[in-house]
Design a protein around this ligand. Structure first.
Ligand code: NAD
Ligand code: UDP
Length: 390
């Protein structure tokens, strides 16, 4: 498997050790899986939780895991643990995924959001810079905020011109709402850590890559409220809509579901991250959009498609009223605001890594909702049938 692998320039890929912070989350779990099954690299997996990577850490009934000596879990909170610098020093590369990154938190827990996405990431950048270690840092497409086009009159033909909406790493401005719209606390914290990393590169020679994910979705994303997360918790849209479908409730469209998003299958996106890991000469100093510009829908269209796909994979009929509108204030509380449209410019990642996404929205929803149904349908049925304590 491993010995004959070459990078994009034909050089043999050497095995490295990766300190992956936030390895127990959605993206981290898929990245660990990929690294264990397809590469010879070692992973020091850092997180406060490990439920989503348990299958990679513990031998199954059928025997020892083939990668058992290549992955180690370190349960630590990077906010306050002196072991962090030692782990970064032991590794060739650090990948930082740790963050509070669910929109329901941005306006309701703005301090935690800013601390998590800026303050807690500072030591990681500092240790990488001081110890001359390479860093791949996960930012977000949300640093672009709103499109220029959304400020044009509703009937302006310029709204159809890509110059007014396509989001480019080296050209687009970052446009956030006012401070009282605390939704932007996350985007602003992510923007400042990007600027700090960029400055460390410019002034102190830090070797870095910044990733801006555009709505990566797939199995193991977030949680289903009341099953493997808090009953009152509000995850990202894929898990919210999955939860509604599993419980046979209407899907809630925030402010009518008119915002647009491009969704990419997690497995396509992980291919891009692996290329970054294994092609440092092409990835260092770069900021990469990673998304699928071909998979654009409004949130309302997403709800309709998920309803159809779920009906197909579960064999259940659709509800008579499959969606309902809710106001953002009711759903997220005071201070919510939204990104109107997110189309990634793919020029830089194409040029540097020759990468393109492959999976259509229908196909990625089919495999993801098959997983959701298989994983949660029984548990939901049990939870619903339990008599409520009087
Ligand atoms: P996730 O919440 O599933 O994973 C984050 C992980 O970080 C969690 O397992 C969490 O326990 C861990 N973590 C948080 N704070 C920590 C701390 N102080 N110490 C140790 N571990 C900590 O989220 P994800 O979707 O996997 O996102 C990973 C990164 O990608 C985040 O930085 C996020 O902002 C960014 N991102 C993701 C998307 C997406 O589409 N999934 C979009 C934009 C940005
Ligand atoms: N949304 C919705 N219903 C839900 C959850 C989310 O209409 O039950 C909307 C949300 O307002 C936003 C979009 O779906 O316009 C995507 O939300 P997500 O939480 O996935 O994160 P975002 O893309 O905004 O970062």
């Amino acid at each position: 498997m491993a010995s004959e692998r070459v990078d994009l320039d034909g050089n043999l890929i050497k095995s490295i050790t990766i300190c992956m912070i936030g390895a127990g989350g959605f993206i981290g779990s898929h990245l660990c899986e990929k690294l264990m099954s397809e590469t010879p690299h070692k992973v020091l997996a850092v997180d406060v939780y490990n439920d989503k990577i348990k299958h990679l850490l513990e031998p199954s009934a059928s025997g020892e895991l083939p990668w058992a000596d290549r992955i180690q879990f370190h349960r630590l909170n990077i906010k306050n643990d002196s072991r962090l610098e030692g782990l970064i020093k032991m590794a060739d590369l650090t990948i930082n995924l740790a963050a509070i990154c669910t929109p329901a938190d941005y306006n309701t827990r703005p301090l935690d959001t800013i601390y998590s996405n800026f303050i807690d990431a500072l030591p990681v950048v500092k240790y990488c810079s001081e110890n001359s270690k390479r860093l791949i840092h996960f930012s977000t497409c949300e640093v672009y905020g709103k499109t220029i086009g959304c400020f044009l009159p509703k009937d302006s033909p310029l709204r159809q011109d890509p110059a007014y909406y396509v989001l480019s790493e080296d050209a687009s401005p970052c446009i956030f709402g006012p401070i009282e719209k605390q939704r932007w606390s996350y985007a602003c914290a992510k923007q400042l850590i990007e600027r700090l990393i960029y400055a460390e590169g410019a002034e102190n020679g830090l070797e870095f890559t910044i990733v801006r994910p555009f709505n990566w979705i797939g199995p193991r994303m977030d949680f289903i409220p009341g099953i493997d997360g808090p009953s009152e918790g509000v995850p990202r849209v894929l898990a919210c809509f999955s939860n509604n479908l599993l419980r046979r409730e209407p899907l809630k469209l925030v402010d009518g579901g008119q915002s647009q998003r491009t969704f990419i299958y997690i497995k396509d996106a992980i291919e891009a991250v692996l290329l970054m890991i294994e092609n440092p000469a092409r990835a260092n100093g770069q900021i990469f959009n990673v998304g699928n510009p071909n998979n654009e829908v409004t949130v309302k269209q997403l709800a309709e498609m998920m309803t159809q796909v779920y009906s197909k994979v579960s064999g259940e009929s659709s509800l008579e009223t499959p969606t309902i509108d809710v106001s953002s204030k009711e759903f997220y509380g005071e201070g919510y605001d939204d990104s109107d449209k997110r189309i990634p410019d793919m020029t830089i990642i194409n040029r540097q890594l020759g990468w393109n996404p492959k999976t259509s929205l229908w196909d990625l929803l089919e495999s993801t909702l098959t997983y959701q149904h298989r994983t949660y349908a029984e548990a939901i049925k049990k939870a619903i049938s339990k008599p409520v304590a009087s």
